[in-house]
Design a protein around this ligand. Structure first.
Ligand SMILES: O=C(O)CCC(=O)C(=O)O
Ligand SMILES: [Fe+2]
Length: 198
């Protein structure tokens, strides 16, 4: 941390072929524990089935999609729910810290270490050619894995309670990302990815 850093700003993580930055703790007027508990309780969590290479799978996590537009991936179309007052408040804080606007948010609930997200890029056409995605985590720390599509270089980041990761530029075009299962005992984790869908 340099002399003039307040620790409240995003810090760039040097990475080739894309932009990545991290804020260890998003400033919020309510505690992380309260945000976590309210999100867990207020969200109509869904256990969705996706189609991957023609086969149907139950997603290894629960999800909810909020915003203005429907969202399609892996043969699944999610109808949006209207943002709750809490999600509006969180969105405002994320917009303030990242200097960007978002009209949608995907909530992921990883119940324990058996829940995961496969390696993917958030590169659907409605996200635009250089998507800006702000990823906010609450609860248990899980390891976020990035893998370069051509070089296969892997970068790992621990996403801790209240951390905000910003993915931008050519990151989605050149890298995959995901969350592996773990055999370690881990508690529940919530992740919110704010996006701009047009
Ligand atoms: O849970 C995470 O940190 C990743 C979520 C993610 O990649 C997504 O929602 O597209
Ligand atoms: Fe993603």
């Amino acid at each position: 941390m340099d002399l003039f850093s307040t620790g409240m700003e995003l810090t760039a993580i040097p990475i080739e072929d894309g932009e990545l930055s991290l804020l260890p703790l998003l400033p919020m007027p309510i505690s992380n524990a309260e945000i976590f508990a309210r999100l867990l309780d207020e969200t109509p969590w869904r256990a969705d089935t996706v189609v991957v290479y023609g086969k149907r799978y139950l997603q290894p996590r629960l999800t909810a999609w909020y915003g203005e537009a429907s969202y399609s991936y892996s043969g699944l179309t999610l109808q949006p729910l209207p943002l709750t007052p809490l999600l509006e408040q969180v969105r405002a804080a994320v917009e303030q810290s990242t200097g960007r606007r978002y009209n949608s948010v995907l909530l992921n609930y990883y119940r324990d270490g058996a829940d995961s997200m496969g390696m993917h890029s958030d590169d659907e056409p409605e996200l635009g050619s250089r998507p800006v995605i702000a990823s906010l985590s609450y609860g248990a720390t899980r390891t976020f894995i990035l893998r370069h599509k051509r070089s296969k270089r892997t970068v790992k980041l621990d996403l801790t309670d209240g951390s905000l990761l910003l993915m931008a530029g050519a990151l989605q075009a050149n890298w995959l990302h995901g969350i592996n299962k773990t055999t370690k005992v881990v508690g529940p984790r919530l992740n919110l990815t704010f996006r701009f869908v047009s």
